[in-house]
Ligand binder design. Structure first.
Ligand code: ADP
Ligand code: MG
Length: 364
C-alpha cells in the first residue's frame, strides 16, 4: 500500500481517537469523585461523611469503617443503655461508687481530659453534672412524648441533685485505668464532648484512607484536606438558628471556608421541649440549673474537635463578654456568637473563615 499524506493523517487520527476512547477508563483509575453517605443510628443524631475516593467501593469501605468506630464510641459513652461485656458510662454510673471500675481507654481518656479542664478552672461544662442533667433528660423525654402534660423539673429536685456535681469526687487512677465515685450520688454525662471526641478519634483513620473528607456528627463538623475539585476549602454552613422567623427555607446564616479544622456549634434549637409555650433546651447553666438563655448559638473553629465541642457548650453558658475573653486567651481558637437580639459577635480571627466578614473586609 502506498502511503500518502492523507492516509498517514487518517491513520494518525484513527489512532488518536482510539486512545481518546480508552482515556476515560485509564483516567478513572486516578480520578477522584466526591461521594456522600449518611447514618442515622449513631449518637442519636445524623452523621454524614463526604469524601473524595477513586471508586464507590473505596468510599463505602471508608464509610463503613468510620461508622464502626463511631458505633463503638457511641456505646462506650452511652449513659442510658447497657451493652454486654462493656463497662460503658451507664455501667460506671451504676457501679463506680461501690468500688473502682476499670473502663475502656476511650472513656478514661475523655473523663481525664474533662477533669483537666475542670482543674484549670473551666467549670461551665461539667460532665460530673449527670445528676442534674438526668432530671432535665427525664422531663424533656416525658414532655416530648406527651406535649400536653409537659412540665418543668421542680427546683428543689434540681438543687438537691446539684449537691452531687463536684468533679473532684470523681477519682481516676491512670495506672489501673479505673474510675471511682467518692460521692455515691454523683454521675457522669459526656454529651457535651462525646461527639467532638469521636470526631477526633476517627481522624487518623480518615487521614490515612480518605484524606479529603468532611464529616458531620450533628452540629460537629471536621473538614479534612481540601476538596479535590480545585477549591482551597470546604464550605461549612453556620445554621440559621431561627429559620422560621427569617421566612423559612434559608438554612444557613453564614458560611465558613475551612480545611483541616473543626467547626462545632451548640445552639438552643437542637434539642428542646416546650412548657407553657416556652422552649427549654438541653444546655444547662450550672449556676441557675436551668437552660442557659444568654445566646442562641455559638460556633467554634479550631483544630481539636474535643476542645471545640467542650468550648461550644462552655461559651453557650458564659456571657458573650466572658466567652470572648476566654477565646482571646487561647491560641488558634475562634468563635462566632448568635445573640438573642439577632446580632452576631465574632472573635478577631473569625474574619479569615467567615464569608460575611471576608466580604465586609474583615470588619467584626
Ligand atoms: P449537642 O449535643 O447538641 O451538640 P452540646 O455539645 O452543647 O450540644 O452538648 C449538650 C449536651 O451536653 C446535653 O445534651 C447534656 O447531655 C450535656 N450538658 C448540658 N449542659 C451541660 C453542662 N453545663 N456541662 C456539661 N454537660 C452539659
Ligand atoms: Mg459541646
Amino acid at each position: 500500500m502506498k502511503l500518502n499524506f492523507k492516509s498517514v493523517f487518517c491513520f494518525a487520527l484513527a489512532a488518536l481517537l482510539a486512545v481518546t476512547a480508552l482515556m476515560p477508563a485509564c483516567l478513572s483509575e486516578n480520578t477522584y469523585t466526591k461521594f456522600s453517605r449518611r447514618a442515622l443510628d449513631i449518637f442519636d443524631t445524623e452523621i454524614t461523611l463526604m469524601g473524595y475516593a477513586r471508586t464507590q467501593e473505596e468510599f463505602d469501605r471508608a464509610f463503613d469503617d468510620t461508622m464502626a468506630l463511631l458505633r463503638r464510641f457511641d456505646q462506650v459513652f452511652d449513659a442510658y443503655n447497657a451493652y454486654e461485656d462493656l463497662n460503658n458510662l451507664y455501667y460506671v454510673n451504676r457501679h463506680a461508687a461501690e468500688a473502682p471500675v476499670e473502663i475502656p481507654e476511650e472513656l478514661f481518656a475523655l473523663i481525664s481530659w474533662c477533669k483537666e479542664q475542670w482543674s484549670r478552672g473551666l467549670r461551665s461544662t461539667n460532665i460530673a453534672m449527670g445528676a442534674v442533667l438526668s432530671i432535665w433528660h427525664t422531663y424533656r423525654e416525658a414532655g416530648l412524648a406527651n406535649p400536653e402534660a409537659a412540665q418543668l423539673p421542680p427546683m428543689e429536685d434540681l438543687l438537691a441533685a446539684s449537691k452531687h456535681t463536684d468533679f473532684d469526687q470523681v477519682i481516676l487512677d491512670a495506672e489501673k485505668q479505673t474510675v471511682f465515685f467518692a460521692d455515691p450520688q454523683i454521675t457522669l454525662d459526656v454529651g457535651a464532648v462525646a461527639k467532638g471526641w469521636a470526631a477526633d478519634a476517627v481522624l487518623p483513620y480518615l487521614k490515612e484512607h480518605m484524606p479529603s473528607f468532611l464529616i458531620s456528627l450533628g452540629g460537629n463538623v471536621y473538614a479534612g484536606d481540601a476538596p479535590l475539585d480545585g477549591r482551597a476549602n470546604w464550605a461549612v454552613g453556620v445554621e440559621d438558628p431561627r429559620p422560621d422567623e427569617n421566612g423559612g427555607g434559608l438554612m444557613y446564616r453564614d458560611i465558613v471556608d475551612v480545611h483541616d479544622l473543626t467547626v462545632v456549634t451548640s445552639g438552643d434549637y437542637w434539642r428542646y421541649y416546650v412548657v407553657d409555650g416556652q422552649r427549654y433546651h438541653h444546655i444547662i447553666d450550672p449556676e441557675t440549673l436551668f437552660p442557659s438563655t444568654k445566646m442562641i448559638s455559638v460556633t467554634i473553629i479550631c483544630e481539636s474537635s474535643t476542645l471545640a465541642d467542650f468550648l461550644s457548650t462552655t461559651l453557650f453558658v458564659l456571657s458573650p463578654k466572658d466567652g470572648l475573653k476566654l477565646i482571646d486567651s487561647m491560641e488558634g481558637v475562634e468563635a462566632l456568637w448568635m445573640l438573642t437580639d439577632g446580632t452576631q459577635q465574632a472573635s478577631c480571627g473569625m474574619a479569615q473563615y467567615l464569608r460575611s466578614l471576608k466580604n465586609a473586609g474583615g470588619a467584626v
